[in-house]
Design a protein around this ligand. Structure first.
Ligand SMILES: Nc1ncnc2c1ncn2[C@@H]1O[C@H](COP(=O)(O)OP(=O)(O)OP(=O)(O)O)[C@@H](O)[C@H]1O
Ligand SMILES: [Mg+2]
Length: 282
């Protein structure tokens, strides 16, 4: 697994279930509580995204990773959640300008999850289809140096839109304007869009829903990507992070006398989801 961003010896970064976050962020309106980098930046979960950010910032190979895509094998693995949290975490760095691009033109949801007033307003598709639209006029500002380029108008043929060289030009413009660009994408296996997106990014993160994404599909998804572009695998929703070694991490930095968090009972949020047909990725 060398060359991967790996917080654990097996090459994965654990991102936990959200039950505790939901409790911690009660009262925060408008945003989904599992967008921890934005609503609970001091939480343990947000710390995991900072660990991911740190891995990106300190790549031993020194290859620039300025434009990053977040993808997964199939629908619903947590791509958008991960992309938003990663962007939020990158934006916590002093003076960092970070842009989140919703390149899922089929099931755009970043704008919705971020509570934009007009989540289906002009965005990426408009920038591609209308060369007169400038990027600054389409980016919406969020707090803390974070901008979002929503997916934009509903395009009847998303693949054709993303195939346009204009898409590369838009990302190049974003590269000049921002320190980091995080691109949310559709899933790899059902639709070919992410293979187009991969052309223009420096690296791809593959999200795997812990206990849920079948190993066979993860392998299939990885096989669809150019290996040199895959920079890491992110485990989303792995409740194992509540115990043992990770429990220690949780205790670190807490007030004295409030030691390790005891192992957590499985809850609806943290319990393994529906049994997968294939053995889950360990
Ligand atoms: N760690 C988590 N714990 C609990 N729920 C989660 C977690 N991560 C994501 N979810 C929820 O799972 C659902 C799918 O998440 P998300 O939209 O991030 O997935 P996706 O891979 O982007 O989906 P799609 O393929 O449709 O774009 C959302 O309702 C989200 O709130
Ligand atoms: Mg999504």
């Amino acid at each position: 697994m060398s060359g991967y961003i790996d917080a654990k010896p097996d090459g994965s970064v654990d991102l936990m279930g959200r039950s505790r976050t939901a409790t911690e962020t009660q009262g925060v309106r408008g945003l989904d509580p599992h967008l921890v980098s934005l609503v609970a930046p001091a939480s343990f979960e947000a710390e995991q995204y900072r660990a991911l950010r740190s891995r990106l910032e300190s790549r031993p190979e020194g290859r620039a990773l300025q434009v990053l895509a977040v993808t997964s094998a199939v629908v619903g693995d947590g791509k958008t959640t991960t992309a938003i949290n990663l962007a939020g975490s990158l934006a916590q760095a002093r003076d960092a300008r970070v842009l989140l691009v919703d390149a899922d033109l089929r099931r755009a949801s970043a704008g919705l999850q971020l509570g934009l007033e007009d989540p289906r307003g002009a965005g990426l598709a408009d920038a591609i289809l209308d060369p007169d639209r400038s990027l600054p006029g389409l980016v919406q500002s969020l707090p803390a140096n974070l901008g979002i380029l929503p997916a934009g108008r509903l395009a009847p043929q998303p693949y054709e839109v993303l195939k346009s060289p204009r898409f590369g030009a838009v990302l190049e413009e974003a590269r000049r304007m921002f320190d980091y660009v995080v691109v949310d994408t559709p899933p790899l296996i059902p639709v070919p869009d992410c293979r187009l997106i991969a052309r223009w990014v420096d690296g791809l993160l593959m999200v795997v829903a812990a206990h849920r994404t079948p190993r066979k599909l993860v392998e299939e998804g990885l096989n669809l990507m150019e290996p040199s572009k895959v920079i890491g695998i992110v485990f989303n929703g792995d409740a194992r992070a509540f115990s043992g070694y990770y429990g220690y991490y949780h205790a670190y930095g807490r007030p004295p006398g409030r030691g390790r968090r005891p192992p957590q009972p499985a809850t609806r949020e943290t319990a393994p989801r529906e049994a997968a047909p294939e053995p889950p990725l360990k």
